[in-house]
Design a protein around this ligand. Structure first.
Ligand code: G3P
Ligand code: CA
Length: 255
């Protein structure tokens, strides 16, 4: 961050495709994750929740209403019921038939191809979700090394601490959209278990990225949906940009 603010070539950041390349394909579907790979993003971001019968599924909202042709809470539907739903048509008719992915199938297709930023979404609704995610990673040998390029993030810090105890080698990201959670005292606490502090874009300043870096952590900012939102984040010194549009991060500014 001490580099000249006008020397933009100095600032390089990872590109994280938010819910996949969700500006170009239906969010949190295999189509959106494949698009992210095709666009050479560094990571896909996805949201994990649990079905009534205990399966991990990839979906953002707590209900299927907005992104599918069904209705109801994720935790009230079985995997079989969810797999019958169409999670593509809401975005565009030519994506009709895209299913809600299982967490397992995303890991199987994308591990080693692209980084995976896993959000534990509303973990307070799903007791034991941390162990289910840890088991899925361990089963594939993705629990040992940081080179697996997996990060687990959440707005729920107790859930992150639980996950960190289960798989201490997996990097942890603290999500926040509250300035009150970015005091020096809070950052000191995060540094005891987290490797990333991932703030809402509007909270990012050069001072904030400095204070996070001083504590040995990195910063991924979210969510970029306009081209002109990229440059101020690069100037502030973020390490990654979480965006629906991976191509908005100029290649020359990528890491
Ligand atoms: O990765 C950050 C971002 O995904 C957090 O917000 O609501 O899109 O899950 P949300
Ligand atoms: Ca998310």
């Amino acid at each position: 961050a001490l580099a000249a603010a006008n020397d933009l070539t100095y600032h390089r950041a990872d590109t994280i495709a938010h819910r996949g390349a969700s500006g170009y394909a239906p969010e949190n579907t295999m189509a959106a994750f494949r698009k992210a790979v095709e666009m050479k993003a560094d990571y896909i971001e996805l949201d994990v929740q649990v079905t009534r019968d205990g399966h991990l599924v990839v979906i953002h909202d707590n209900t299927v209403d907005r992104t599918t042709d069904g209705t109801g809470r994720v935790g009230a539907l079985t995997l079989k019921e969810m797999r019958r739903l169409d999670a593509g048509r809401f975005f565009r008719p030519d994506f009709a038939g895209e299913p809600i992915p299982t967490f397992d199938e995303v890991l199987d297709e994308f591990r080693g191809k692209i980084g995976i930023l896993i959000e534990l979404k509303s973990p307070e609704r799903y007791p034991g979700v941390e162990k289910r995610v840890a088991d899925a990673l361990r089963k594939r040998g993705m629990d040992k090394t940081r080179s697996a390029r997996v990060i687990v993030q959440s707005f729920h810090f107790d859930s992150l601490k639980r996950f960190h105890k289960l798989l201490p080698d997996i990097p942890i990201g603290v999500l926040t959209n509250k300035a009150s959670q970015l005091t020096d005292a809070m950052l000191d606490e995060f540094a005891t278990y987290a490797n990333y502090v991932n703030p809402s874009r509007n909270l990012v300043t050069a001072d904030l990225t400095d204070r996070i870096h001083e504590r040995g952590m990195q910063v991924f900012a979210w969510t970029v949906r306009k081209r002109d939102e990229v440059k101020p984040l690069l100037i502030a010194g973020v390490d990654g940009i979480i965006t629906d549009f991976p191509d908005y991060v100029p290649r020359s500014h990528r890491r």
